[in-house]
Design a protein around this ligand. Structure first.
Ligand code: CP
Ligand code: NVA
Length: 308
């Protein structure tokens, strides 16, 4: 098993399946209020250089339910914010903690933290990837549809952001059929597309890019997924992106091109009225809050696996 979880590609398809088995087990225990203090006495440091609701609360609650303690570390309050290197920070924190969760901008910083530290590092979102979210999403699809393998997911909106990139990886590892529907120029990271080619081949997954919301691509979708048009980072581009991405809004007209049972997902936070309309987000097909809840259960399995 990998020391760190920086990308979903750190796992094999089999390890991901095991992680989901453990997730289901921990979720059932938590629902029964059965103690599961697998990480008693362990400490997780949680570094945040960007805002968060779900990641922050679910990691803190998750480590507590596992019998450990979580420390919230704001990127600005650490000496990191005053120029202490990532490498030195990694070496020091490795002497105190049993694991680090980090949310930041530059993906390479997370790689450097993991390389220079001796304790597990979990990526809680970078500009490039959001592995914990895509794992929670795939677990949620498994719960709702019995399996994620062979399912078709259409990601619509900003096809170049961390969630779109994470879905390229998730679909490749999990043998899913991924369609990214986005304006031209908003395609997933080309290095990630290339690096996942062999995983796609062995899992039977496929990848397609579409710059229009064609009915042909939507009529057999099992899941449609969207995310904000301007992620944390390129907010200054919000107005320009809004104009460009309007045709890719997840609204009732878009849903009318899908099967009546197509599930609707969003990693949240949503900008209601932009990438998704209220009626769609709040519809019976929307599973966004189950998806948000599963962040807790999946991340507990990740911590238990890496930090035990
Ligand atoms: N989906 C997600 O990561 O949400 P937060 O930004 O609230 O953590
Ligand atoms: N793409 C979004 C995801 C937030 C969870 C962002 O990076 O802001």
């Amino acid at each position: 098993m990998t020391k760190d979880l920086l990308s979903i590609m750190d796992l094999s398809a089999e390890e991901m399946k095991q992680l989901f088995d453990l997730t289901a087990d921990l979720k059932a225990k938590q629902k029964r209020r059965e103690p599961h203090a697998i990480l008693a006495g362990k400490t997780l440091g949680m570094i945040f250089a960007k805002p968060s609701t779900r990641t922050r609360v679910s990691f803190q609650v998750g480590i507590y339910q596992l019998g450990g303690v979580g420390l919230y570390l704001s990127g600005n309050d650490l000496q990191l914010g005053r120029g202490e290197t990532i490498a030195d920070t990694a070496k020091v924190l490795s002497r105190y903690l049993d694991g680090i969760m980090i949310r930041t901008f530059n993906h390479q910083d997370v790689v450097d933290l993991a390389t220079n530290g001796t304790i597990p590092v979990i990526n809680g979102l970078t500009d490039l990837l959001h592995p914990c979210q895509v794992l929670a999403d795939m677990f949620t699809i498994q719960e709702k549809l019995g399996d994620y393998r062979g399912k078709k997911i259409v990601f619509v909106g900003d096809g170049a952001n961390n969630m779109a990139n994470s879905w390229v990886e998730g679909a490749a590892l999990g043998g899913m059929h991924l369609v990214i529907m986005a304006p031209e120029g908003h395609e997933p990271d080309s290095k990630i597309l290339q690096a996942t080619e062999s995983a796609r081949e062995s899992s039977g997954g496929t990848y397609t890019f579409a710059d229009s919301t064609s009915s042909d691509m939507l009529k057999d979708a099992n899941v449609v997924y969207t995310d904000v048009w301007a992620s944390m980072g390129p907010e200054a581009e919000a107005a320009a992106r809004k104009a460009k991405m309007q045709p890719f809004q997840l609204n009732s007209e878009f849903m009318s091109k899908c099967k009546p049972d197509t599930l609707i997902m969003h990693c949240l936070p949503a900008h209601r009225g932009d990438e998704i309309t209220d009626d769609v987000l709040d519809s019976a097909n929307s599973i966004v809050f189950d998806e948000a809840e599963n962040r807790l259960h999946v991340q507990k399995a990740i911590m238990a696996t890496l930090m035990e």
